[in-house]
Design a protein around this ligand. Structure first.
Ligand code: DON
Length: 560
């Protein structure tokens, strides 16, 4: 996703407000929704051929590595919530595939200078995506692996029409890469020169070859052999830390989802090393202490209370969360009584200054590129997957000869031990760099169930805004009875404890100015920003499937 929050808000909101009541055709059988039309179409084709939701998610994810290089990837990481219908009404078989990147063995807690850029090979975490997709395939896949990688190979080899958001993003980034990232410039420039336009054709032949190796040899085609050699050669050439052993030793993990109960629904969410599920548990737990549906969804009292829940959830996130192998999750954090205790400190009409919440631990900055896809197949099997390179195009390092972008996920660690400041750095131990450690994430793919049925699948990009975006989409669906379209379109807010401010979509627009003033009266600082890209599937009480691509950026639902 490309976030240029402040500028986009004004353009987007009149559109959202005029279209939020739009009705759309529901699907009866299955749906895939992602940021890219060709990728969603790959997913639906796989379902039609008899693949299940995991097959479709894998094929869509590989296609996104080609058609949405801002965030789709083979050298990034992410989380996949897998909810197969077998396993009883509680979906007891549900699992989370954790394919978060890890710090290389040579990494140390003091490897970064305070202001050092992570758009370098030093900023790259050991990639997890291909191992994660292979693990999911081995456990649940139905169609052959090669069949799932093939559409991505074809898109990369034969070319694909550049979508509007990709054209705009490349036109913005390419001039910055001439000197800093020449391989990026070579691979992504228009062969005939000039600016990219919507529907121009982009071919990525080297990426096609890397994908062919993965198609033929599975994860071994990425973590060993020629592709791995190219990756390690780039590390050695430029001072990066990832070795052949780091690649060969990478393992994706299967984890139990965090289960959050809210207003009769159950939300299956990613556990640490993602903060997503914990933040959702805290925010929704605090919201549930109030009577359901108080006032208008966007009235100042509701938004004030919501922001205060976020402020408190993000304080706990900063204090406790990191890779669970290094920083075990205190179990009481997930209890309703813990959320209720936090909620009891919320003042009805006054902002609580973040500093007063034991607050000398502000948070580190995060970047602008991640993407989410949601899949539901005819058997009621749901997959919710978020994947990222961290910033848009990750490190912007394209592996010469490999044609693929490397993440810069090391930026998600607390980069300087003990160093905290109000601009957003944090030095607490839970998320310091250590060899083999997974950096804390905010990715928050979720599947919502009720009475043995999947009812919602959603997630979003947006760095630390992600759990807040997902909490609001869920609040809209599960408490405010909105349909998918309205739940996704409704303006969002973000508070992350530090900086002590609310980001409000359309804050300065005519429709929101009164809300902004009322929040300021309660002592909040309010800034204007767009937030997230939550491609959502909602199954209504009659079993109709509503798929809503988020129109804040671009996206496409495909289904039948
Ligand atoms: O895993 C994380 O939390 C971040 N690397 C995600 C970055 C992100 O979402 C940026 N997107 N807009």
């Amino acid at each position: 996703m490309i976030c240029s929050p402040i500028l986009v808000a004004h353009l987007v909101f009149p559109l959202l407000l005029s279209q939020s009541s739009e009705t759309q055709r529901p699907y009866a059988k299955r749906a895939v929704v992602s940021v890219s039309r060709p990728a969603s179409e790959v997913g639906i084709r796989i379902l039609r051929e008899g693949g299940n939701a995991v097959d479709a998610a894998i094929a869509t994810a590989f296609a996104l590595a080609v058609t949405h290089p801002q965030a789709g990837n083979i050298a990034g990481g992410g989380f996949m919530v897998v909810a197969p219908p077998e396993g009883g009404p509680g979906f007891q078989n549900a699992k989370v595939v954790d394919f978060r990147e890890t710090a290389p063995a040579k990494a140390t807690a003091t490897m970064f200078e305070p202001k050092e850029s992570v758009r370098t090979t030093k900023g790259v975490g050991v990639p997890g995506t291909v191992a994660g997709l292979e693990l999911a395939h081995k456990r649940w896949g139905k169609l052959p692996w090669a069949r799932l990688v093939e559409p991505a190979v074809t898109l990369a080899r034969n070319g694909f029409p550049v979508e509007k958001s990709l054209a705009a993003s490349l036109n913005k980034v390419l001039p910055e890469t001439v000197k800093a990232h020449p391989e990026f410039h070579k691979v992504f420039s228009k062969p005939a020169g000039g600016e990219w336009k919507t529907n121009d054709e982009l071919k990525l032949p080297e990426l096609a070859s890397a994908l062919e190796a993965i198609r033929e040899r599975g994860a071994a085609g990425f973590y060993t052999g020629k592709v791995a050699d190219l990756l390690v050669a780039e590390m050695e050439r430029t001072g990066g830390l990832i070795s052949r052993e780091d690649l060969a030793n990478y393992r994706a993990e299967l984890r139990d989802p965090i289960r959050v109960k809210f207003r009769g629904y159950e939300i299956l969410a990613a556990p640490p090393p993602s903060s997503g599920g914990v933040c959702l548990s805290l925010i929704l737990g605090m919201l549930e202490t109030r009577p359901a549906r108080k006032g208008d969804r966007l009235d100042p009292d509701n938004i004030h209370f919501l922001a205060e829940t976020m402020r408190r959830a993000y304080r706990e996130r900063a204090r406790w969360l990191g890779d669970p192998a290094f920083a075990p999750l205190p179990p009481e954090l997930l209890t309703p009584s813990f959320a209720a205790k936090l909620a009891s400190t919320i003042q009805r009409d006054r902002a609580t200054p973040s500093g007063s919440l034991a607050g000398d631990i502000p948070l580190a900055a995060e970047g602008d590129s991640t993407t989410h896809l949601s899949v539901l197949d005819e058997s009621g099997f749901a997959v919710s997957m978020t994947t990222t390179l961290e910033e848009t195009y990750g490190s912007r390092v394209v592996v010469p000869g490999g044609g693929f972008l490397l993440n810069n996920e090391m930026g998600d660690f607390n980069r300087v031990p003990g160093r905290t400041d109000i601009s957003g750095n944090i030095g607490t131990p839970a998320n310091l760099v250590a060899p083999g450690k997974r950096m804390l994430s905010s990715q928050c793919p979720v599947v919502v169930i009720r009475d043995g049925k999947v009812r919602a699948i959603t997630g979003s990009p947006g760095g630390r805004t992600i759990p807040n975006t997902v909490a609001q989409v869920l609040w809209n669906l599960l408490e405010w009875d909105m349909g998918a379209r309205q739940a996704v379109d409704t303006p969002r807010i973000h508070h992350q404890w530090f900086p002590d401010q609310i980001r409000l979509e359309g804050a300065t627009s005519r429709q929101r100015i009164n809300l902004t003033r009322e929040l300021m009266k309660r002592g909040h600082k309010v800034v204007n920003a767009t937030q997230g890209d939550a491609h959502t599937i909602w199954v209504d009480a009659n079993g109709k499937i509503w798929a809503a691509a988020d129109r804040r950026i671009e996206g496409a639902a495909s289904g039948e």
